[in-house]
Design a protein around this ligand. Structure first.
Ligand SMILES: [Zn+2]
Length: 332
């Protein structure tokens, strides 16, 4: 058993309290490799933002759970070396699928876990989430639960269609489970293809697809039921069209990729939404930079020559999200 506290990590409790009160949201960025982690930490330090490092099942399969944990520990020291005296870094399990997975992460130093029982019948979701909370709270690890179903595919989390969270269920769920934050479904979804062209309208000026708006009425109803309780949005990438264009320009083939407009996320960040998950946008930034670098210098074979620009591009993206979308800058 390793406590996250000895690794210099923090849980989400105080962080979320301040974020809800201050009308901003904490970035939750997924990471799978060193360049991505460096970019996240550089961006957080430069903008003086707290940050949540998320590890999905796909990341654990790809990069190994143990290695990722040590990388997060290294990230704390790296942040200090970059000049941040007191970094606030959370190591969070994204979409924990069972009690055992959550326990194993808690035991090896994660400071926060998500247990995703949203696909289960309500009572089973309550029972599973409660079990994880009871274990996690013994070690002061915070727990995110989920109610409602998000559409889309990301790291083996997939659903055909979304079901909005039912506001009438949230108080019962939070009271019975004791979870510290709640992921809800109000129209965001996983991946870079969040909506079909049929669900979108076409912007007459640019010809781009405009996605349907998020269900802010559902969010408001949930906030009314649970005043001040930390709410989480998954699947909140905006799928910047410049990156999609760059990918396609250099040999890629991404058709009709569409995300959540940033002005809607800005509005959500000012509410009780205090954690916003962003993964696809960083994948797009990385892929666009790698494709461009390789296309422009076809003789290059040093990975640092294309992963370096990819890292710089991701850092720029993370800083933009922190400062212009979430508002979590200057909070350390
Ligand atoms: Zn998610």
């Amino acid at each position: 058993m390793i406590s996250y506290k000895t690794l210099g990590l923090v849980n989400t409790r105080e962080m979320f309290k301040k974020a809800v009160k201050g009308g901003y949201a904490i970035p939750a960025f997924n990471f799978n490799n060193m360049e991505q982690l460096q970019a996240i930490i550089m961006a957080a330090v430069e903008t003086k933002s707290p940050v949540i490092l998320q590890v999905s099942r796909g990341a654990r399969d790809y990069a190994n759970q143990t290695l990722l944990r040590y990388m997060a520990e290294g990230a704390v020291e790296y942040a200090k070396e970059l000049g941040c005296e007191k970094p606030e870094i959370v190591l969070h399990l994204d979409h924990g699928d069972s009690f055992e997975t959550c326990k194993s992460c808690i035991d090896m130093g994660f400071s926060s876990v998500m247990i995703d029982g949203s696909h289960l019948p309500y009572d089973e979701n309550v029972a599973l989430t409660k079990k994880v909370v009871e274990y996690a709270h013994q070690f002061d690890v915070t727990v995110e639960g989920e109610l409602g179903v998000l559409a889309g595919v990301e790291d083996e989390v997939s659903a055909e269609e979304s079901h909005y969270t039912k506001p009438e269920e949230v108080v019962d769920f939070v009271t019975k489970t004791g979870c510290d934050s709640l992921a809800i479904s109000i129209g965001t979804s996983h991946g870079a293809y969040k909506f079909t062209p049929e669900q979108c309208t076409v912007d007459p000026e640019t010809g781009r697809l405009l996605p349907p708006p998020l269900a802010f009425d559902v969010l408001e109803a949930i906030e009314k039921e649970l005043p001040g309780f930390p709410i989480v949005l998954h699947g909140s990438s905006s799928v910047p069209q410049e990156d999609v264009d760059t990918i396609n320009k250099y040999g890629g083939k991404m058709v009709a990729a569409v995300g959540i407009p940033e002005e809607q996320l800005r509005k959500a960040a000012k509410s009780a939404v205090c954690k916003i998950n962003i993964d696809s946008d960083s994948r797009l930034a990385m892929t666009a930079a790698v494709r461009k670098a390789l296309a422009e210098k076809p003789a290059e074979f040093d990975p640092r020559k294309y992963l370096g620009p990819a890292r710089a591009s991701m850092k720029e993206l993370y800083m933009h999200k922190i400062v212009n979308v979430l508002g979590s800058n200057d909070k350390l």
